[in-house]
Structures are given as C-alpha cells and as structure tokens.
Ligand binder design. Structure first.
Ligand code: ADP
Length: 168
C-alpha cells in the first residue's frame, strides 16, 4: 500500500531461533500489506538460545534478500524499540488457539504502554501451522529431518550444529 508518498512499515518481532518456513510465510504475506518490514530479533540475555543474535540475523538476511526487508535486533521492551524506530504497527503470526491468549495479552499490554501501538495478526496456512522454532530445535537436535520446516540455509546451519547426525 503506497498512499501519497506514505510508506507503510511494520515491525515483525520474534526470537527467530531459528527462522522457520512459518516465519517466512508471514514475512511474504506481510509484504503484500506493507511496503517495508523490519524483522526484529529479540535479544534476550536471560533466555538461552541455540543461535546467537548475529547468527539469527544473518540467517534471516540470507533467506530473505529483499530490499523491502530490514533485519535488526532489539533488547528490552518492544514499545521502546517501536518508538525509537517511529513505527507503531507490529506484525505477528497466529498458529492455533493456543497462541491467541498470549498474543491477546501482549497486544493489550503493549497498547497500554503506548496508545499508538497496534498489532496486525496473520493466520498461518495449513502447511505451516504446526511449525515452531522450539520444535525445529528439538527435532533437529535429536536427528530428525527438518528440511521441509526451514529454509535451506537454516537447514545447513542446523546440520553444522549437530554434525553427529546428517539431519535425515
Ligand atoms: P516461535 O514461537 O516459533 O519460537 P517466535 O518467537 O520467533 O517464534 O515468533 C515470532 C512470531 O512469529 C510470533 O508472532 C509467532 O506467533 C509467529 N510464528 C512463529 N511460527 C509461526 C508459524 N509456523 N506460522 C505463523 N506464525 C508463526
């Protein structure tokens, strides 16, 4: 959507540990609604992650080399980050009813913290509603095949992390 020189931008925040085909589907569909997307990787030092922030960012950039997509990271409160970027719309994906309660709380808390804040939700398709980064990490670490759940560069990165099995 491009109205009178106005560029519609949304921030797509998440852990992306690692990026999955579910995330990619949200990014692709997000780009049909917004002119630009900022994929913002949450850097949470209190949470143990499989991939470091810079690694996660690089994997997203490689998988999504589109000039309309900026890849960034943030720490702390999302509303502080959105204010700093001057963008007040965030994009989130909804997989199942189980995502809804948490997302509903989060959207309302963020709006309480910043009245300008808004959340746009996109539903996943039937081919990716069951994909989560957590499951991908678990399955890959146990030697299961995740080649259809993540983009090829993430698949290679997972194979490097777990050389004892070939990922199949
Ligand atoms: P995860 O829950 O997989 O660890 P993130 O914290 O990185 O994911 O999630 C970032 C956003 O992407 C959230 O809004 C989450 O609901 C959404 N998301 C994650 N996986 C999928 C998927 N398979 N389909 C749609 N949205 C997803």
């Amino acid at each position: 959507m491009m109205l009178l020189g106005h560029v519609a931008t949304a921030i797509y925040p998440g852990s992306f540990d690692p990026l999955t085909n579910g995330h990619l589907s949200i990014i692709h569909r997000g780009l049909t609604m917004f002119d630009r997307l900022i994929v913002a990787v949450l850097n949470n030092p209190r949470k143990q992650s499989m991939f470091g922030v810079e690694e996660r960012k690089a994997l997203i950039r490689e998988a999504m080399p589109d000039p309309r997509v900026e890849v960034d990271s943030f720490q702390g409160l999302l509303v502080h980050y959105t204010r700093k970027k001057g963008v007040h719309t965030i994009l989130r994906g909804l997989r199942a009813v189980s995502d809804f309660e948490y997302e509903f709380q989060l959207a309302n808390m963020n709006r309480k913290l910043d009245p300008d804040f808004d959340t746009v939700f996109m539903m996943t398709g039937q081919d990716s509603f069951y994909i989560s980064s957590q499951l991908v990490r678990e399955v890959a670490s146990l030697g299961g095949d995740v080649s259809e759940l993540v983009p090829p560069n993430v698949f290679s990165a997972l194979r490097e992390k777990f050389p004892s099995n070939n990922g199949r």
